[in-house]
Design a protein around this ligand. Structure first.
Ligand code: SAH
Length: 217
């Protein structure tokens, strides 16, 4: 069958992720089920199942699968959750989250990236993702509060506006820092309105940029 080599490559990637510490079976199953080759630029098709970040349009990147696995696992998503993702990019992380959550809300500042991501998600038959062209730094107040929030671009500092859109007990995972290397933080909203912060590991993300991109207004 023509699927053969793809299945083998996916299985090899998943095995590698498990070896590196992504052990949540639901996360691994979701990542095995989402065909990453749909989300990479055609030029990099042969590297779709390699554990590396790849360039996408608008000088952005599709994250390294290990980081997608790590962040998704850290988010502790449950099937009834409404999840907010900031930085739709290729739509890959969004597709993985869509298999674990009830609804995924995803915000992207480049309209062209968002349109392409929407097209891919539609092509894969994913119908529980709601997207928005906008400044994700502001979150999505009309849809808040969320059970989980994942930021896939580096926030310069504590993502305050987003934290206020978490439910009590909610979890937010975000790379935080202004340099080329940032710290991946997990915030847990306590019942008294405070947040517990854990530092998970160093990561490299493109920066969270204020405002909509000016490519097309
Ligand atoms: N989750 C993506 C990774 C995207 S890279 C994937 O799986 O492919 C980070 C993305 O965040 C880029 O597409 C970038 O345009 C977007 N971004 C950066 N700042 C943003 C902001 N303020 N609001 C919304 N999206 C933003």
């Amino acid at each position: 069958m023509s699927e053969g080599p793809e299945v083998t490559r996916a299985a090899r990637l998943i095995l590698g992720l498990r070896r590196q510490g992504v052990t949540d079976p639901r996360v691994l199953a979701a990542m095995e089920a989402v065909d990453r080759s749909v989300f990479v630029h055609p030029h990099f098709l042969d590297q779709a199942w390699e554990d590396q970040a790849l360039p996408i349009d608008c000088a952005q990147t599709i994250s390294q699968p290990f980081i997608v696995g790590l962040m998704t696992q850290a988010l502790k998503v449950e099937p009834r959750h409404r999840v907010l993702e900031i930085g739709t990019g290729s739509g890959y992380q969004c597709a993985v989250l869509s298999r674990l959550a009830r609804y995924v809300y995803s915000v992207e500042r480049y309209r062209s990236l968002l349109r392409e991501a929407e097209e891919r998600l539609r092509h894969l038959g994913i119908d529980n993702v709601i997207t928005r062209h906008g400044d994700g730094g502001l979150g999505w107040p009309e849809q808040a509060p969320f059970d989980r929030i994942m930021v896939t671009a580096a926030a310069p500092g504590e993502p305050r506006d987003l934290l206020t859109q978490l439910k009590p007990g909610g979890v937010l995972v975000a790379p935080v820092g202004r340099g080329s290397v940032q710290m991946l933080h997990r915030y847990t909203a306590e019942d008294d309105g405070s947040y517990r912060r854990e530092s998970l590991c160093e990561v490299r993300f493109v920066p969270l940029v204020e405002g909509k991109a000016s490519e097309d207004g």
